[in-house]
Design a protein around this ligand. Structure first.
Ligand code: AMP
Length: 221
């Protein structure tokens, strides 16, 4: 999923930014807001995979089982898909990446190809992850995210932005959420260390409302 757009313009030196954090920590929401504020293209690896699944491509058929269960998909295949996409679409010099890298291997491949300047870690407790994901609604057309209690759409079931249908993601079921949290601890904790040891990590308290989270991201950038 790639989005750009206009909004309140802000400045940041970093033009290649990755977002890290547990599922439900707000990576998609903040990536979309950052993309608008900084005029940077937003690339969501999960969005790309869900697009392939919806289109029924051979790749989509292969990764569907992993995505449904909340597991890491075939790592090398996904790495090549994302890096080739970035190369083809000219995203090497500027991007906001959400959902990639998710493993140490993917972080190493990204550092070789298009090294990020900043990694933003959105910190959130497991309890809040469960609360957020169980109320999350996603637009199947444009990927916009709503929440039944925190940010309901103006008209139930319909996206405020594009009029698309709002659905609950298949992997926002309790057992898939548990798997995704385990995968995060096992696979993505080493990714955090990669960026921390190279001085590129910025930790953000993601428990606050989206606008405050965005403000603290800008304060840190
Ligand atoms: P997300 O939208 O980021 O929560 O991703 C949804 C699902 O897509 C994940 O649970 C994985 O199954 C798969 N996925 C997304 N990004 C990656 C990645 N970088 N490597 C492997 N699998 C991924």
């Amino acid at each position: 999923m790639v989005k750009g757009g206009v909004g309140r313009k802000r400045k940041a030196d970093a033009r290649r930014i990755v977002l890290l954090g547990k599922p439900g920590s707000g990576k998609g929401t903040q990536a979309s807001r950052l993309s608008e504020a900084l005029s940077l293209p937003h690339l969501s690896s999960g969005g790309i995979l869900r697009g392939e699944i919806a289109a029924g491509t051979p790749f989509g058929l292969e990764v569907k089982q992993y995505v449904d269960r909340g597991e890491i998909g075939p790592e090398e295949l996904i790495t090549s898909l994302i890096l080739e996409f970035m190369d083809r679409e000219g995203y090497g010099s500027e991007y906001i990446l959400d959902g990639f890298p998710r493993t140490e291997g993917q972080a190493a491949s990204l550092d070789e190809a298009f090294p990020p300047q900043k990694a933003l870690l959105l910190d959130l407790s497991d309890g809040e992850v469960l609360r957020r994901l169980s109320g999350r609604l996603t637009c199947e057309e444009c990927g916009a995210i709503f929440h039944e209690q925190d940010s309901p759409p103006l008209h139930a079931g319909t996206c405020d932005r594009c009029g698309g249908e709002l659905l609950r993601r298949g992997d926002d079921r309790p057992e898939a959420i548990r798997t995704r949290l385990e995968v995060f601890r096992r696979e993505s904790a080493p990714v955090i260390s990669v960026y921390e040891s190279s001085g590129r990590l910025l930790r953000i308290d993601a428990s606050r409302p989206p606008k405050e989270v965005l403000d603290s991201i800008f304060a840190g950038l």
